[in-house]
Design a protein around this ligand. Structure first.
Ligand code: 13P
Length: 235
């Protein structure tokens, strides 16, 4: 059985005052699942114990002349054990392509981090009926041989569901996750992300091939995130 993972992606949110929320999340994290926060890198080294932490992106190289970038080794040095790679916001804002994401995944592994590889179709892809083809191509282009249940998590994040309040329906999520499970094998955890809230988490976690969630907005406070983690622990 894959591990169950409640992951929060704080994106570009969180000053030091937000560490109070991280502490409350650590204090309330339920047993039996991995509760993970990916805060801005400025907060990584200050995160409380009792939580797993991750970076939100990493450069493919270990060090060098890349102003403003962070290597996977730096994230690990600051206490991270996970790193998100290939988030659609990175693909859109920074022009990251599958080959870049593949190199970043390998960089995360090199530093001993578990890569959380994000894939997702646009609304245009979905309406054209090419969702599964797009996801297969992203997976094939960005996941190297050598992915294992220890070093890789795959997060399905439909671009049209991120930050929009439009969560994918259980039937849409089930169709995609069943197809992903057939591709990645029985053990790699599969997370859903896109407008996950306490109100819709339980019905998503009830699906056979959903092993947890990658949560944006609703991971910023303990009041919003802990009920999601609890729903996962109870599933
Ligand atoms: P929201 O939960 O805010 O839709 O964001 C999802 C996401 O992009 C997590 O990586």
């Amino acid at each position: 059985m894959p591990k169950k993972i409640a992951a929060g992606n704080w994106k570009m949110n969180g000053l030091r005052a937000a560490l109070r929320e991280a502490e409350a999340i650590a204090d309330g994290a339920p047993d039996g699942i991995v509760t993970l926060l990916c805060p801005p890198a400025t907060l990584l080294a200050s995160m409380p114990g009792g939580l797993a932490t991750g970076g939100q992106a990493c450069h493919s190289q270990e060090s060098g002349a890349h102003t403003g970038d962070l290597s996977a080794e730096m994230l690990a040095d600051a206490g991270a054990t996970y790193c998100i790679v290939g988030h659609s916001e990175r693909r859109a804002d920074h022009g990251e392509r599958d080959a870049d994401v593949r190199a970043q995944t390998e960089a995360a592994w090199r530093a001993g981090l578990t890569a959380i590889l994000c894939i997702g179709e646009t609304l245009e892809d979905r309406e054209a009926g090419r969702t599964l083809d797009v996801l297969s191509a992203q997976l094939a282009g960005s996941l190297s041989d050598g992915a294992t249940a220890e070093n890789t998590i795959v997060a399905y994040e439909p671009v049209w569901a991120i930050g929009t309040g439009k969560v994918a329906s259980p039937a849409q999520v089930a169709e995609v996750h069943d197809a992903l499970r057939a591709k990645v094998g029985p053990d790699i955890p599969l997370l859903y992300g896109g407008s996950v809230k306490a109100a819709n988490a339980a019905e998503l976690f009830a699906l056979e091939n959903v092993d947890g969630a990658l949560v944006g907005g609703a991971s910023l406070t303990a009041a919003d995130f802990l009920p999601i983690a609890e729903a996962l622990a109870a599933s």
